[in-house]
Design a protein around this ligand. Structure first.
Ligand code: PMP
Length: 351
């Protein structure tokens, strides 16, 4: 840190993304990426549009917003796009959080929420998950502010039903509820329909996981048009060109090739089931996951030790050095071959 950093910068504890070591080829199961490339059709479409890179992108991203809206049974005015869904979470926190309206989320959830709150100088309140690592809506009854629910939650993979989220929103008419659906396409239920019913709900999704576009950085938020207009105000005061032209065309192409996305999600679900069964046979306890990752612990080996032993053998998983989840590892679901490589190494480690 330089001596010029201001107090807000001094206080920031940045998010640590999953490692991307370059020293050897790893079986990479640590950042919940899709193991499949983007849609061929989408890549072709994006290539055709490279010639217009001399021009700035459309700052309103009208065409892609319309396409996203159509895929969500919504309209363009109810959609805003972000450079990854992370950016939209940040914009929404900035638009709706205040010293009197804290960011409220689970104690075990996506690590960027507290980081973004701190960077924006917003108070952050944690609500503990229940014993089984589930979100209990009743625990939020007396909490107010900007309530952020990752559904399915990360890193647990556990999902809430729509009626529970409906109950949460109905009981908090003066709060903003953000539902982060980064992992919803792998067996969860989206609460997008509830954006018609409530004017205080923001649903955020991403192209990074189910749509194989993590490197292109594209996320979207759907909400009542007044909330979208607030988020847009923040976006336009930061970077009106936050979505570049290549990402826009890749996103449009991807939405045109929905069968490809759908098939990949079903493959991930199949591989998840296969992996959970094999891990259970090896003595692991695995939480019920509706995401493209699982959260697992073994009675005979600590989480950190297992992470290290796997890394030595060329398999990367994610370990969080945090009190309640120290014994667990988060394992992304990849191809069947990747999962077999993981299982082979686990059998070796566990003897
Ligand atoms: N929300 C959750 C719960 C996540 O795990 C992630 C990915 N790390 C994101 C949002 C952000 O994803 P992206 O910015 O790639 O859309």
């Amino acid at each position: 840190m330089s001596r010029y950093a201001n107090t807000l910068t001094e206080a920031i504890m940045p998010y640590t993304p999953g490692e991307q070591p370059q020293d050897q080829q790893y079986v990479k199961l640590n950042t919940n990426e899709s193991p499949f490339p983007p849609s061929e059709k989408a890549m072709e479409y994006a290539k055709e549009n490279l010639r217009s890179l001399n021009l700035y992108p459309d700052p309103t991203a009208a065409e892609l917003r319309s396409a996203v809206a159509m895929s969500c049974q919504s309209v363009r005015e109810e959609v805003v796009l972000g450079n990854g869904s992370d950016e939209l979470l940040y914009f929404a926190f900035k638009a709706f959080g205040s010293t009197r309206r804290p960011i409220v989320s689970a104690d075990i959830t996506y690590g960027c929420y507290p980081v973004f709150a701190a960077a924006l100088g917003l108070p952050y309140e944690e609500v503990p998950l229940d014993e089984g690592f589930g979100i209990c809506v009743d625990d939020y009854q007396d909490r107010h502010g900007v309530i952020v629910i990752a559904n399915p939650n990360a890193p647990t993979g556990r999902a809430l039903e729509m009626k529970e989220i409906d109950r949460l929103i109905a009981s908090h008419p003066d709060d903003v509820i953000i539902v982060d659906e980064a992992y919803v396409d792998f067996g969860g239920t989206s609460v997008l329909p509830l954006t018609k019913k409530y004017d205080n709900l923001v649903v955020i999704q991403t192209f990074s996981k189910s749509r194989s576009m993590a490197g292109a950085r594209l996320g979207f938020a759907v909400a009542d048009r007044r909330l979208i207009s607030d988020i847009n105000k923040v976006r336009n005061s930061f970077n009106p060109y936050n979505i570049n032209s290549m990402t826009m065309s890749l996103g449009l192409g991807t939405l045109k090739d929905r069968n490809y996305t759908y098939a990949n999600c079903r493959t991930i679900e199949k591989n998840r089931k296969y992996t959970v069964e094999a891990l259970t046979e090896l003595g692991f306890k695995v939480l019920d996951s509706k995401a493209n990752f699982i959260f697992a612990t073994h009675p005979e080996i600590g989480g950190q030790e297992l992470y290290v032993e796997l890394k030595k053998r060329g398999v990367l998983v994610r370990h969080f050095d945090k009190e309640r989840i120290r014994d667990y590892n988060r394992i992304s679901i990849g191809t069947k071959e990747q999962m077999d490589a993981l299982l082979e190494k686990l059998r070796e480690i566990l003897g």
